[in-house]
Design a protein around this ligand. Structure first.
Ligand code: SF4
Length: 452
């Protein structure tokens, strides 16, 4: 019998996700691709085959996941699956699905026979009352339930995905109890991410005081039943003994490239102090706007290793402010430095480093024994910010030492950036890696040009 050891561990370096289609027959209240459904198309078949061909050569990925809206609605799904399976380059092919179409036994069998061996099924409630309210489609729970039963009987592997939101926040353990007889190998719990309703007019964001006890109970119950769990986008320090379940990673995605542009941003007040800040994202800005920083609820784990600015693997470069050449990555970022040039010196301080990555520009200032970071992120309409300039939201963090003398420095830096920012300066806001470079449209275009 095949060993299952490690098969369902988070494997973002081994998983490739392809967004085949953005249509859906449910209308989940929290759906993060709902807006995308109006704008994005699925990946073109040729682009998909290029990704598969690349994997035949490179063997980067062991698992292929089809996702989007409801992928089972896509007429060409079987062409995609056939091509992937015939390539022989993937050990597992997974469908992310609401499960509803699998209620038709013949269709479920066709999908399983085509070679999809893993089903990541959305289960947002323990019963029709909760799930149908969320999906806004009466009967959707019964269909999904029948679909999961069919898949189980057909020998497929089941995983579930629950998006944590107000309508199901008090039913999380009940979801575990409901699905337990079908023996899912893993249950994933993803906290709701506002992708368009940033001010939470739909009231889907659950305050931590209500969400986390319920989630911890569900994780506990799953553990008692021997079901593995993964959590995403919740503060690790509020997971109790289930902290290790947190995995905010995402697989490589072949997707409409601008899909991740509006990806929510996260912060934690204790980022520099907490041992977990490299893996824990903290809270979304929408959450902070609505419920505050949870200053008294979050519990930073004291660091045992020095904190280093996370670069998420996507840093363009980092530099010491005075450095040049190789030590500075050969970059000086003069336009970013010019925003604050001379300000520190006027306050008996120094700009000691400038870090630029795809999400932010961080200036680290030292003033005697004191220090502070001033951080620029892409401008938003209403995100938390000390000040908004033409291109950026500006805030500060990691205040160490004399606040009374650092405050005028921060104020002067903020005013300088505001006055000097010409507008149109850009950080890359994408949160996730979007496909392997070879498969990006720009790279493909370049390649075609070179070949012609
Ligand atoms: S203190 Fe902040 S970074 Fe640390 S675990 Fe809690 S939320 Fe995450």
């Amino acid at each position: 019998m095949e060993s299952q050891h490690g098969r369902f561990e988070p494997t973002r370096f081994e998983d490739l996700t392809v967004t085949v289609d953005f249509h859906c027959h449910s209308a989940c209240r929290f759906c993060i691709v709902q807006e995308g459904m109006n704008r994005f198309k699925g990946v073109a078949f040729e682009r998909f085959t290029a990704a598969v061909d690349d994997n035949v050569e490179q063997r980067r990925y062991r698992r292929l996941t089809f996702t989007g809206g409801e992928v089972a609605l896509e007429k060409r799904l079987f062409d995609f699956v056939d091509y992937a399976r015939e390539s022989g380059s993937f050990e597992h092919v997974r469908l992310q699905t609401n499960g509803r179409l699998m209620a038709d036994r013949a269709f479920a069998k066709k999908v399983v026979d085509a070679g999809i061996d893993e089903f990541f099924v959305s289960l947002h409630g323990p019963n029709a009352a909760v799930q149908d309210h969320i999906s806004q489609r009466p009967g959707s729970f019964d269909e999904a339930w029948a679909g999961m039963q069919n898949l189980k009987e057909l020998g497929a592997t089941l995983l579930t995905n629950t998006v944590l939101c107000t309508p199901n926040a008090d039913h999380l353990s009940a979801i575990v109890e409901t699905v337990a007889p079908l023996e899912p190998v893993r249950m994933e719990w993803w906290n709701y991410l506002p992708m368009e309703d940033f001010s939470d007019e739909r009231e889907l964001l659950v305050p931590m005081a209500r969400l986390m006890p319920s989630l911890r109970d569900a994780l506990e119950r799953a553990a008692e039943l021997g079901i593995e769990t993964t959590t995403k986008y919740v503060p690790r320090c509020l997971l109790g003994e289930h902290g290790a379940s947190l995995d905010n990673g995402q697989p490589d995605v072949v997707i409409a490239e601008d899909f991740y542009e509006p990806y929510p941003r996260f912060s934690c007040l204790y980022e520099a102090k907490c041992e977990h800040s490299e893996t824990c994202l903290g809270l979304t800005h929408s959450y902070i706007e609505k419920y505050g920083w949870e200053r008294d609820r979050l519990v930073p784990e004291p660091r045992t290793t020095p904190w280093r600015e996370p670069v998420d693997g996507f840093a363009l470069a980092s530099e010491r402010a005075g450095g040049t050449g190789a030590a500075a990555g050969g970059r000086t970022h003069p336009e970013w430095r010019a925003l604050v040039d001379g300000v520190a010196e006027a306050h008996d301080a120094q700009l000691t480093s400038l870090t630029l990555d795809r999400r932010r520009c961080i200036y680290h200032f030292e003033q005697g024994e004191s220090s502070v970071d001033v951080v620029l992120t892409a401008r938003t309409a209403d995100g938390p910010a000390l000040l908004r300039t033409a291109s950026f939201d500006l805030h500060y963090r990691n205040v160490e030492g004399a606040e009374t003398t650092l405050a005028p420095l921060v104020r002067a830096v903020a005013e300088a950036v505001r006055d000097r920012d010409p507008g149109g300066m850009k950080l890359d806001e994408r949160k996730g890696l979007v496909g392997v470079d070879a498969l990006r449209r720009s790279a493909l275009r370049k390649q075609r040009k070179t070949e012609s």
